[in-house]
Design a protein around this ligand. Sequence first.
Ligand code: NAP
Length: 256
Amino acid sequence: MKVLLLGGTGEARALAQLLVSAGVEVVSSLAGRTADARLPVGGVRTGGFGGVDGLSAWLLAHPVDAVVDATHPFAATMTAHAVAAAGEVGVPLLILRRPGWTAAPDDTWHWVDTPSAAAELLPTLGSRPFLTIGRQGLPAFAPLGLQGPSAVAPLGLVNLPSILARCVDAPEPLPTWCTLLLARGPFDLTAELDLMRLHQIDVLVTKDSGGPATSAKLTAARELHIPVIVIRRPPLPAGVEVVTSADEALAWTLKR
Ligand code: NAP
């Protein structure tokens, strides 16, 4: 049995490990945008396929018994392409998506659909935001950062923009309107509390990525009584099988 595993997530790496251990031949596919990416076990190919046609052509040239889309919940284009191409070629497809986050009773979460909507809402909630939305959504917040450096900067530093943005890799070109922190999870609660206190954060902006690796910021926001703007996930394509764990995806695959 051979599987194309669309990856770039911790779940995809976990599933690759499970599949390889079960004797399944796996080709994990990575977009190739993250420098120093964590590689899964098994075979790996890197780079875009070239849209639906490119992926269909790849599937015809490299026959597989199943496709598992274990990309990030916000990688909606790849998911849509995978559904279309697998349908065209007639290969069974499964989506593996970790569950989203849910607010606790003490939380003040504001749900929005897009980074632009988050940027619009943000000034009504705070003036020292912490943006944890990856680099792709950052440009929507640039107009907020052009209002000048903060009056009170942490540690006596001056001229630090009051917007703190955290990404795995630096956006290009480098934004000058925010203080940029390059870091890759997992993040723990103590570090998140320290960081948010240091930068005097008063509002957190996040995507509903789900999963434990980056959820400590939500607990920190709760403890610091900070409101959170949560960007909703793009909807999943209709009529596709979806599971939420690597174990379930393994079981589905072994039944093909
Ligand atoms: P996207 O917007 O859905 O995809 C854009 C294009 O990138 C796709 O059309 C495809 O190019 C290529 N691509 C994406 N994922 C690929 C994969 N696994 N293998 C081969 N090509 C892929 O995706 P994205 O949001 O930029 O995410 C890119 C990758 O980073 C994904 O693998 C995702 O799992 C991972 N990731 C994303 C986020 C996030 O917040 N979006 C967070 C963590 C990890 P072609 O059309 O040329 O095939």
